[in-house]
Design a binder for this molecule. Sequence first.
Ligand SMILES: Cc1ncc(C[n+]2csc(CCOP(=O)(O)OP(=O)(O)O)c2C)c(N)n1
Ligand SMILES: [Mg+2]
Length: 785
Amino acid sequence: MADGSLTAKRQEIALLRRLEERILWLASWTIHNANHLRESRDGLKVGGHQASCASMTTLMTALYMKALRPKDRVAVKPHASPVFHAIQHLFGRQSLENLQKFRSMGGAQSYPSRTKDVDDVDFSTGSVGLGVAMTAFASLAQDYLAARGAVKPEAMGRMISLLGDAELDEGNIYEALIEACKHDVRNTWWIVDYNRQSLDATTQDRMFTRYGEIFEAAGWKVETLKWSKRQREAFARPGGEALKTWIETAPNDLYAALSYQGGAAWRERLAADLADDAAALKLIASYKDGDLAELMTELGGHCLETLLEAFENAGHDDAPRFFIAYTVKGLRLPFQGHKDNHSGLMTPTQIAELRDRLGVVEGEEWDPLSGLSAAERTALKGLIARAPFAADVDRRPVAPTIATPKADELLEAVAGGGEQSTQAAFGKVMFEIARRTDEFAGRVVTTSPDVTVSTNLGGFVNRRGVFHRRAHEDVFKRRRIPSAQVWSMVETGQHVELGIAENNLFIVLAALGLTAPLFGERLFPVGTLYDPFIARGLDALNYACYQDARFLLVATPSGLTLAPEGGAHQSINAPVIGMAQPGLDTYEPAFADETAVLMAHAFDRIQNPDGCSTYLRLSTRVIAQPERDGDAWRQGTIDGAYWLKAPAPGAKLAVVYSGALAPEALAAFEALTEDMPEVGLLAVTSADVLHRDWTASGRSRWTGEGARVSSTIETLLSPLDRDAGLVTLTDGAPLALSWLGSVRGQRVRALGLEVFGQSGDLPDLYGEYRLDADAVLDACADLLA
Ligand SMILES: Cc1ncc(C[n+]2csc(CCOP(=O)(O)OP(=O)(O)O)c2C)c(N)n1
Ligand SMILES: [Mg+2]
């Protein structure tokens, strides 16, 4: 390298180092302000993680100021949020006010949030491990779009996760790693802040070499960034090798303790341990205490040169990469290396000391370039402006609107009445969609954790193929072996095959459900699984919803009604889970036509700016379909309920049911009408939508906002007598419907599942668990008594 460019490079590193110090400062000060300076109204600790931030500032400076390009997407370690917002502030994308309001309402969020932060958050994080997996599946989504020409090769970005080393204990990371391997995922970097500390303590040594082996086994390139340039230079000197060996073989806790205690402690311990090595002792003696401490603790993850070089080298191909960047938690802060430092906050004296050490002027704490010379300020501003990531690129593209099918079009697929199950109806609608040639059909993407066939997606997949970057013919088909299912993998396939890992299903849905804001291309993701296994991926489902990813989730079969499959598969709490999950409308249709109407509605909601995702809880139970008169059921299905049999005004009793128990409710209703012709039968397709509408309507009355006075359920229940009784029947926790009694203060007998089921046929199980018509009649008698 010519001397000139070498000097320029050195100058740039020096500037970056200065900038990095200021990012460390701003992140530390942001947390300090929130905890020590801002008024507290509730006495609660505000919190924030100064040590976790300090661990990562070098890494994030190298990335954001040099390595990242606008097309790259990042999931930032949740508790490094202040560093992220500080950098965004330097780029002019985060206001000072929001930094000052860190962790308070409307301010910079505790953990980076796509939906709640105003700056450029690509992926929300918070629940450790999920953001990591998200980047692999975002890359898969990018590949899916690239295969269709929807993302051009030059526009493909890297999906990067910055994670803590303790995050590596989260099992969902390895589920994602396995799936990523099967899908040949590329353009993914996972960069570990390897400080060997978790929340509670210093972590065990035993996994040191194993992580690299695990990732290598999965086909990733592993880059271990253990040493800084300063260390490499020192190790090359006489006696240096011994120093290197000492660090390599030292137990984590001892290394951490000495990092905390500082130069004198380092000297004492090293002198004792290396007493037989004259060259090493001489080398140690050549450092002052402070310099010795810096030498021992400035590991690879704190070295800009090392990081920049690694990112630069890795940028030449698209292989997935696992970087292990060695760091010290809390480096340069008074509690560096201390095992209890996770939630440690600097005292006012300590932060003042840091401020003075970094050259920030007292009173100018919010000015990131305070105390610097005019020349340095100009140079740093230039450096920030030249960062590739600072380029004025719209990172929130708006996807064109796609025409989604009308309910009438999907209804045709299930026409004919007769006897059907909602799961079969779902399959028919998907088959009909697969047949369509419109833009919408080409943008539907299905996915399932190894239950594609048993959830009735098979027809769709037969027509549309399985997605894979590397085409693979269905050998059974080629050999003309009869099979109901074609499993041909092609780049343009529209089904993303997943192994049995429900966590992955939800994170894939999160990624596919965010392609519109991430890549400017709308997909309509449909994911299927067995209803009980929603619980398996609940945090990931919540994660997807929290980011406002849009998809249709189809859970089938469900409830006690999957009877012979046994108690372990029967889902009890799912309806309540659905009700309690924001960002997800939960429906449980009973009939095929309701299912078709709800699917059309769900596709519309995926795209609607004010929409959300939809969860359909379906069943394999084949039941007689109703004769419809009029169209009111259609809007009612979407609004959450309609009278399948309207009550006479003043009726003293109504039966209310959800989903697959419709025949039992109907049988009880028919028995009742012999004596009480005024009784009504209410079909509830969504306890969730009904409940939310009811509470919103109540709120609007108190606040005076909104013109609505009466909610759907209030209107529906209004013909009944004030003292009427309601018997509710649902194949799940009775809580899902028991609240109906509060709407008008009516008495309720709520039937549902409160204990685990067992294998059996429907008459046995409905009898045993009191979900049959007799149970409804008993409950009615009790109410009328
Ligand atoms: C799923 C989940 N469990 C627990 C937590 C609480 N928590 C936050 S950070 C953390 C550990 C942090 O260790 P590490 O990932 O190594 O990050 P560091 O702060 O050391 O950089 C824990 C347990 C969480 N955020 N998410
Ligand atoms: Mg850690």
